[in-house]
Design a binder for this molecule. Sequence first.
Ligand code: NI
Ligand code: MN
Length: 226
Amino acid sequence: MIKITYLGHASFQVTADGTHILIDPYLNGNPAAPFKPEEAQADYILVTHGHGDHIGDTVAIAKRTGATAVSNAEISRWLSAQGVATHGMHIGGGHQFSFGYAKLTHALHGSSLPDGSYGGNPGGFLLKLRDGKNFYFAGDTGLFGDMRLIGDEGLTAAFIPIGDNYTMGPDDALKAVEFLRPKLVVPMHYDTFAVIEQDVGAWKARVEAETGVAVRVMASGDTLEF
Ligand code: NI
Ligand code: MN
């Protein structure tokens, strides 16, 4: 059983056969976070890029739980220096973890860390979990044509930003759905701040009408089961 819970903004908790995986755990400062960092369970923490609304509470959660942080080499080094257990990788590379295969995908964005350190290139994650269930977490990104290649993997679900300003907006995110061809798409990275407010209901209606892909709008705390 795979469960994916939305934690607001671009944060998710994936539970795969009892292994807890946090993705971009931004809880402190996230107005929609359903629980505090002190309450988070984690065996692994996947960090797409260095920005504060993604690396979030990684250091505190990893130190308390002993979770391994998985990210690019630069962010891994920065986390290691703060006493976090890490697994560094890089774009295009994947690794077989206890929970499944995780591949670092590319993203069009920035990745500076909260203290201004260089955070390498931003990314996303393609998770290949058991029974051929594949999940794509895009991270913060603009639209790119190689999303077609990620779609070739056969996606059970894709989690993509729609907020505009910092990432793809609604129009490009619709194009991304055409490229990714997932069975289900979940919009994220919208409404957290005024500058990324979107009419998610209108986006859902357009995407479903124009692409035939089901859109699931998740409220913070909602869980999908696969
Ligand atoms: Ni960002
Ligand atoms: Mn962001």
